[in-house]
Design a protein around this ligand. Structure first.
Ligand SMILES: [Zn+2]
Length: 350
């Protein structure tokens, strides 16, 4: 069975969790469709039907009043959207895979809810809403971002104040160019802008002590969110010229360019190998590599070799190893059975 992701809740569900609609499966799962209905309807009176009509229009489902019970009975039903979809299921599916939609049902709201809903009523409602909207300062977006309650006693909102805060917000965001402004950071920026506006207002009113307190809150927030200029970790501290100078001093660069690989190796040896690095001879290294090599060979069913192939033999180009084995090394090599045995003549004795 095919699965589909619900556009509302994002859950992956099999086909039978979605209703059939004229254009294919509904992009919204049954559970979420029920939530949409619940939001659009009321649990009393005719609101249950208005919600159903609105949901039918939104989700492209025919509204068939003849399928509906009387208000009292309809309100008894818990998941009314699911119930309705099941009630109409058979008639929604026509022949040849046809699925009926909203325009196959009753679409005229006046036929359903009565003709007393007059043109003047609607016009009046629209006019009142528009006037109310026009009398409020700021745009819908500004009111959502900054709120509608007065910022401080005596400081109420105006278009100018909303615009000024928007401008400050943009400035802040500009400082974080190239970074992600997390919701938390956005919240903090909004707070800082609001408090700045309050501080300015209190200063204008001569309320210096209160202004100082608000400014302190603002500073504390900026410090805890690392929003102050000095909190920013500047990358300028890294200086290319200083870096080149150091590398030249170490002998790795020359005339502002890199040396060849061999030159760099030599420079490293001179610069870093002030003392011999290993307290044993190159023979020990040779032995270690030989042991590893022979173990690998034996694991591959090959006989061990007495001597390493030339390409694996180590060369002590930078004199990192002791030139002579000391007592200690000789002792350890013997203990490890790494001393090459020289066979004498039979009966020759030691
Ligand atoms: Zn869903």
């Amino acid at each position: 069975m095919e699965v589909q992701v619900c556009r509302y809740c994002g859950a992956e569900k099999t086909e039978d969790y979605f209703y059939d609609r004229p254009g294919g499966l509904s992009p919204i799962c049954i559970e979420c469709e029920q939530h949409i209905y619940d939001r659009l309807s009321e649990n009393k009176g005719v609101g249950a039907y208005i919600g159903l009509f609105a949901t039918c229009a939104a989700l492209n489902v025919p509204f068939w009043p003849d399928k509906l019970p009387l208000v009292k009975d309809f309100l008894e039903i818990e998941d009314r959207w699911c119930w309705y979809n099941e009630a109409i299921a058979e008639e929604v599916h026509g022949e040849n895979g046809l699925v009926r939609g909203f325009f196959d049902g009753e679409t005229n709201i006046l036929h359903i809810f009565g003709t007393s809903l007059s043109k003047t009523d609607v016009a009046k409602y629209i006019q009142v809403t528009q006037e109310h909207e026009a009398s409020r300062p700021g745009t819908r977006e500004q009111r959502e971002r900054w709120g509608v309650e007065p910022l401080a006693k005596g400081l109420s909102w105006s278009d100018k104040l909303y615009d000024e805060l928007d401008r400050q917000f943009e400035n802040w965001c500009g400082r974080y160019r190239g970074q992600v402004i997390t919701p938390q950071l956005a919240d903090s920026i909004i707070k800082v802008c609001r408090w700045n506006a309050i501080t300015d207002f209190l200063m204008r009113e001569g309320e210096y002590l209160s202004a100082q307190k608000v400014q302190k809150m603002c500073d504390d927030l900026m410090a805890s969110e690392q929003m102050r200029k000095k909190d920013e970790k500047p990358v300028e501290n890294f200086r290319y010229d200083a870096c080149v100078l150091s590398l030249e001093k170490a002998g790795i660069m020359e005339d502002e360019g890199f040396k060849t690989l061999d030159g760099v190796k030599e420079a490293f040896a001179d610069y870093f190998l002030t003392a011999r690095k290993y307290k044993y001879t190159g023979d020990v290294l040779d032995q270690v590599i030989e042991d590893i090599y022979n173990n690998a060979r034996m694991n591959g069913d090959l006989p061990p070799v007495e001597e390493l192939p030339a390409e694996l033999e180590p060369h002590d180009d930078f004199e990192e190893f002791e030139p002579e084995a000391d007592e200690n090394e000789a002792e350890r090599m013997r203990y490890a059975g790494a001393v090459k045995v020289v066979y004498g003549e039979p009966g020759g004795g030691l």
